[in-house]
Design a protein around this ligand. Structure first.
Ligand SMILES: [Zn+2]
Length: 104
């Protein structure tokens, strides 16, 4: 703690969405992580250890990634049905169906 950031460097880290393939600033994306026990979780802090991948905060990207096996590929192994259900439930609870749609 108490460490300073890198002075003079304004690089914004970008990540590629595992669903649509678009690049966005990392902080706009949702990180999905495969934990050491093999479970897949939504990483809301962005700091959990494990192999991670990123998705846009858009429902359709999550559906694409879940349907087409892209998440399995990105996370280096098949997702269990519980993992899929958990991700789908998260997406339905937290994400907008479309990028321009905002929840009131
Ligand atoms: Zn996307």
């Amino acid at each position: 703690m108490g460490r300073k950031g890198i002075p003079g460097q304004r690089h914004i880290p970008q990540r590629t969405c595992a669903g649509c393939g678009a690049k966005r600033p990392k902080r706009e994306m949702v990180r999905i992580v495969r934990l050491a026990n093999g479970e897949v979780a939504v990483d809301t802090t962005g700091k959990r250890p494990g192999r991670g991948t990123y998705l846009c905060p858009v429902l359709s990207c999550w559906e694409t990634a879940l349907k087409r096996g892209r998440l399995d590929h990105a996370l280096r192994g098949p997702l269990s049905s519980q993992d899929r259900d958990a991700l789908r439930a998260y997406a339905l609870a937290h994400l907008s169906p479309r990028p321009e749609a905002k929840e009131a």
